[in-house]
Design a protein around this ligand. Structure first.
Ligand code: SAM
Length: 247
């Protein structure tokens, strides 16, 4: 069980979401869903190591608020693939507050995908499909390449590697939204030419802070890359090649 009760959870949830400009997402329905998600995550974490974060206030800040910093970047009813979703971040928080989105949560680790599947079912989230596969292999299945309005990812790899995993999934005209931490600008500089080679164009990089209740701020970047032409068919390469020689 979480280290705080429902009432303490609602207070912490409201304070942390307000401190991070997410006030419009605070309502009884969302608070209740996020409390249930916290119970499921905390319980599962005892048996299976899903996340290093166990403290409830930290879960609200670093998993929920952080996952939702770009929640309004996604157009209504869009299809979204979350590459390397782990225990469901950002996909589960997004599925809760954006029931209009069609989300595919993808990760290569079976126990994490089992958690996402089970949790989506228990929370009644009909808009999320969890898939256990490697991104660079899944994209080659029929109908997957250039078939999503958006790709997104948080904390998977540096942007030059991640772009090769994500951009092949995105339809021309769609976007890749990368949620990045303090190295975001540097990662963007080193990834720019590769992004262009993959058919992408950097539209914006927004710098902002994720702030905890003591006022400590963590640097974040929301990077939006538009797909303006098809990705050459030779990408993505095998993972060993992507990491050995990033574009
Ligand atoms: N996005 C989650 C989050 O922010 O909490 C998880 C981050 S975790 C550090 C990185 C995840 O990416 C791992 O669960 C790993 O299995 C997954 N991953 C790494 N490379 C992948 C690939 N090529 N295809 C699918 N999943 C991948």
């Amino acid at each position: 069980m979480p280290d705080i009760n429902t009432c303490e959870f609602s207070q912490a949830f409201e304070k942390i979401f307000s401190a991070n400009g997410l006030n419009t997402l605070i309502c009884d329905k969302n608070t209740d869903k996020f409390y249930k998600l916290t119970v499921l995550l905390t319980e599962a974490n005892v048996k299976t190591n899903l996340t290093a974060i166990n403290d409830t206030a930290e879960i609200i800040l670093k998993h929920y608020a952080d996952s939702l910093l770009a929640y309004d970047y996604f157009t209504p009813s869009a299809s979204v693939i979350d590459i390397g979703c782990g225990a469901g971040f950002p996909s589960l928080p997004l599925a809760i507050i954006r029931p209009d989105l069609w989300i595919t949560a993808l990760d290569s680790t079976g126990k994490k995908i089992d958690f996402v599947k089970d949790t989506a079912k228990k929370l009644g989230l009909g808009n999320i499909t969890a898939v256990c596969a490697r991104a660079e292999e899944f994209v080659n299945l029929e109908g997957k390449r250039e078939s999503y309005d958006f790709a997104t990812a948080r904390a998977v790899s540096r942007l030059n590697i991640l772009s090769e995993l994500a951009l092949p999934f995105v339809k021309p005209g769609g976007s890749f939204i990368a949620l990045k931490a303090k190295d975001g600008e540097r990662e963007l500089d080193e990834a720019k030419s590769g992004i262009n080679e993959l058919g992408g164009n950097v539209i914006s990089s927004k710098s902002l802070s994720l702030t905890d209740l003591s006022g400590e701020a963590y640097q974040r970047y929301l990077i939006r890359i538009e797909k303006n032409s098809p990705t050459p068919i030779k990408y993505p390469r095998a993972y060993a090649k992507i990491t050995k020689k990033p574009l």
